[in-house]
Design a protein around this ligand. Structure first.
Ligand SMILES: [Zn+2]
Length: 370
């Protein structure tokens, strides 16, 4: 029986005496889909359901404890108590009715302090659980074994806070150091490529869509496996980061193998990227118009921008000239690119031709139309 000194003790009976002992090895965070203070959470467990959590955290950061941490509480299905006697400590928290709001600053501080105590008292390692039975910290929807057929608890905003603030906060307070990167999984990352909406993803895929996914993973708090990148080459680190993101959505098994599917990709980016297209006729028109027009004049600026960025990536243009205007600097850069392909004379005049533009597109990930 362990009771957290930072909580108001609101002991639930008969559960506290009747339910079997556990060795706590995990901490699982929840949102209760109601704006309740700890005492109201206690009353709900007492009066309305057979379920209960160990802890409840109000919007103001106040904490109640309903069951000792070495007694089973029933909030996480398969993680409540396993056959080997280990189990999870469950932490409910006040939220809006849809589980969509972030934890308040006071809640974050309370969760961090509670996490530090659980780490010190029970030796629970400060890391995200890598599997349903793995010791560590998690949130309800992290693994399907922890709920009855899946759950949205505790909502996207709080999942992000878990990775961005709560877990790093516990690590900093408990060990004084930064959070170590998640350990490599036991099995090698899946090396499989898929085509979604005409673009490739997965190990070996190449192109701006790969960079976009990597940057979105970092922004969502799932960038821990990158030692280089994210960039336009899909490596094992991209797969491992994408796998963590899939798990955060509640996917498991082959649905969480780190290779994007249409649904998870759309959720990550808010849209499905499509292949980039550049019309040769449009770019030629721009190359004939823009240099003679006023500075910065744009003809088909979107397509020109794609060509300019490709010239930058190939080392023929400086980034500051990527402006959608195919002016004389860009024409000179394109001429240099043509010469690098072995063209000379009027074939290297800086006006894009069919073959050179296709070559550039193949290298830098855009399709060329007439
Ligand atoms: Zn929950």
């Amino acid at each position: 029986m362990a009771w957290y000194p930072g909580a108001e003790k609101l002991e639930l009976q008969p559960e506290s005496d009747d339910q079997p002992a556990i060795v706590p090895t995990q901490v699982i965070f929840h949102s209760i889909a109601a704006p309740w203070a700890p005492r109201r959470i206690y009353e709900y467990w007492r009066d309305s359901t057979n379920l209960e959590s160990h802890f409840g955290v109000g919007y103001d950061g106040s904490v109640g404890q309903f069951i000792g941490t070495e007694t089973r509480a029933d909030a996480n299905m398969g993680a409540n108590r396993r056959a080997d006697g280990t189990g999870a400590v469950s932490v409910e928290s006040a939220s809006n009715d849809q589980n969509t709001d972030p934890w308040t600053d006071a809640q974050v501080a309370a969760l961090v302090a509670l996490g530090v105590w659980l780490h010190g008292r029970h030796g629970i390692p400060v890391r995200a659980c890598r599997s349903a039975n793995d010791p560590g910290f998690g949130f309800h929807r992290l693994f399907p074994e922890w709920s009855d057929g899946g759950t949205s608890c505790p909502g996207d905003a709080r999942v992000r806070q878990f990775y961005d603030i709560v877990l790093p906060g516990i690590a900093a307070a408990a060990g004084g150091g930064p959070l170590p990167p998640p350990p490599r999984s036991d099995t090698a990352p899946v090396r499989r490529r898929v085509t979604i909406n005409g673009l490739e993803y997965g190990y070996g895929a190449h192109g701006p869509q790969v960079r976009e996914v990597g940057e979105a993973l970092v922004a969502a708090g799932h960038g821990a496996h990158y030692t280089t990148g994210p960039d336009e080459d899909w490596r094992d680190a991209d797969t491992l980061n994408y796998q963590e993101y899939q798990r955060s959505l509640g996917y498991s098994g082959s649905d969480a193998d780190g290779v994007p599917g249409e649904q998870s990709l759309r959720r990550l980016l808010g849209r499905l990227p499509s292949p980039r297209r550049v019309s040769l006729a449009h770019v030629v028109a721009a190359a004939r118009t823009d240099p003679g027009a006023e500075q910065g004049h744009q003809t088909y600026g979107g397509e020109v921008r794609i060509v300019e960025q490709a010239l930058v990536d190939e080392g023929f243009l400086e980034q500051r000239w990527v402006d959608g205007s195919l002016g004389s600097t860009t024409v000179q850069a394109y001429a240099a690119f043509q010469r690098s392909l072995g063209y000379a004379g009027s074939d290297a005049n800086g006006i894009p031709g069919q073959r050179s533009l296709r070559e550039l597109g193949q290298r830098r990930g855009f399709d060329v139309t007439d």
